[in-house]
Design a protein around this ligand. Structure first.
Ligand code: NIG
Ligand code: FE
Length: 416
């Protein structure tokens, strides 16, 4: 069969294979030297090396990769991309050592972003989020999860999720929406957490009816939502047919990771404070341990025990956690570099954690997350000597060209 597009002269292609890789198998990266990728109808038709003429017709577009290396498009499986304003006004407090949860308890933190997200118009929020999305995309991210959770009332939560929908329609990226009304208790419900939980439990049906989210998430944390709250809320979400996720053991260990395993959640995220028993439980489950090293870096907290999880055989993914409070950065590659240096993950493990395992976490590993025949041709060409070099040379963006579903969207470091 003839290809629509052949990307040739790839120095080396690096990819994991699906549907996911667990534990030490995360090091199983397939490499192809002097590679080419043949694309037909947006999908990968063939991956080979050397002579590609058998896939070529007069209509085939040939694209010279100029000796760059190729990886799958990155999958960012945990972001809070859509939010109003920014929080540099609280930066000095943070530098002076005021704890994250204290800033939140005094009505700042997430709650300041809620006020700004309620106040901003749909159009302005769409434009702002689109700018941030293209910034994240410039690092090679082609698929991402996006949470609501800065509305904390139905109207603004829907506004955030409608923006995710609009971004899906108006940009080349694949966005997967998550409803996170359980991100904090809003000021108008202060001291009335149970009432707020009742109200968002009701809202779940409305979100479902409008088909606005694939997943539901909750912030299971000291002085936010406790273990029981999380269990009840996520159980209801699961009954309604949502996939479920949980912000677990980020600052204080409340057993959220174990709860994720019990409820067969698709992921438990953060896990900086996970206990040893739950490390074993999650490692033996299909719940993905989703680690967010930029957040540890930015909050000056411990790093998640990635080695224990991987050595214990867990399915580990890595994400940016892009948000205005604990991880205000779109630099996805810096996050990967921190994972190597601080989580002690190998470059091969990091590639697997940011592609196929992240896609598995989001339930899309049959269509994205690896360079394999039949999958979407989401391909990043990096100006890098080899895989290790991407993570070794830190703080810079190695992405040169990006194809999304076989269409060139970014060339020579610019979106086209
Ligand atoms: O994943 N932990 C809760 N949510 C975000 C932070 C949100 C914020 O500070 O605005 C997180 O770290
Ligand atoms: Fe988060």
């Amino acid at each position: 069969m003839h290809a629509d597009l052949i990307i040739y002269n790839i120095k080396t292609l690096y990819t994991p294979h699906g549907p996911y890789q667990r534990g030490r198998n995360m090091n199983n990266i397939v490499t192809v030297d002097n590679a080419f990728i043949a694309v037909k109808d947006k999908l990968i038709l063939h991956i080979g090396n050397g002579d590609y003429s058998m896939f070529q017709s007069n209509e085939t577009l040939l694209y010279d990769a100029r000796g760059l290396i190729a990886t799958p498009g990155f999958v960012d499986s945990h972001t809070h991309l859509v939010f109003g304003g920014s929080r540099e006004a609280e930066f000095s407090k943070k530098i002076n050592g005021v704890p994250y949860l204290d800033i939140l308890a005094s009505g700042g933190g997430i709650l300041s972003t809620v006020a700004m997200t309620r106040a901003i118009s749909f159009e302005s929020l769409l434009r702002k989020s689109m700018g941030s999305l293209y910034e994240l995309g410039s690092y090679g991210v082609t698929t991402l999860e996006v949470k609501s959770g800065y509305g904390l009332n139905l109207e603004t939560e829907i506004k955030q999720l409608e923006i995710v929908k609009a971004l899906n329609e108006q940009t080349p990226f694949l966005l997967i929406p998550t409803y996170m009304g359980a991100h904090a208790v809003p000021t108008e419900y202060k001291g009335n957490k149970d009432k707020y939980l009742q109200s968002i439990t009701k809202d779940l049906s409305e979100i479902k009816k409008r088909d606005l989210a694939s997943f539901v998430d909750i912030f299971c944390e000291d002085s936010v939502f406790n273990y029981e709250d999380s269990k009840q809320f996520l159980t209801k979400a699961k009954e309604l047919g949502f996939g479920i996720k949980i912000h677990a053991d980020e600052i204080v260990s409340l057993g959220g990771a174990g709860l994720a395993v019990d409820l067969e959640a698709s992921s438990a995220d953060h896990l900086m404070a996970i206990n040893d028993e739950d490390i074993i439980r999650i490692s033996q489950s299909n719940t993905v341990a989703n680690l967010l090293p930029s957040t540890s870096f930015y909050l000056n907290k411990d790093y998640a025990p990635a080695r224990k999880l991987i050595d214990g055989n867990a399915i580990v993914s890595l994400s940016s956690d892009l948000n205005p409070g604990s991880a205000p950065s779109e630099n996805f590659q810096l996050m990967c570099q921190i994972a190597c240096n601080k989580l002690r993950m190998t470059p091969q493990e990091v590639l697997t954690a940011t592609t196929i395992n992240a896609a598995f976490n989001l339930g899309v590993s049959d269509i994205v997350g690896s360079l394999e025949v039949g999958k979407k041709a989401d391909i990043v060409l990096m100006d890098s000597l080899n895989l290790e070099y991407i993570f070794y040379h830190f703080g810079v963006n190695h992405t040169k060209d990006i194809f999304k579903e076989g269409t060139l969207i970014y060339q020579n470091r610019r979106f086209i």
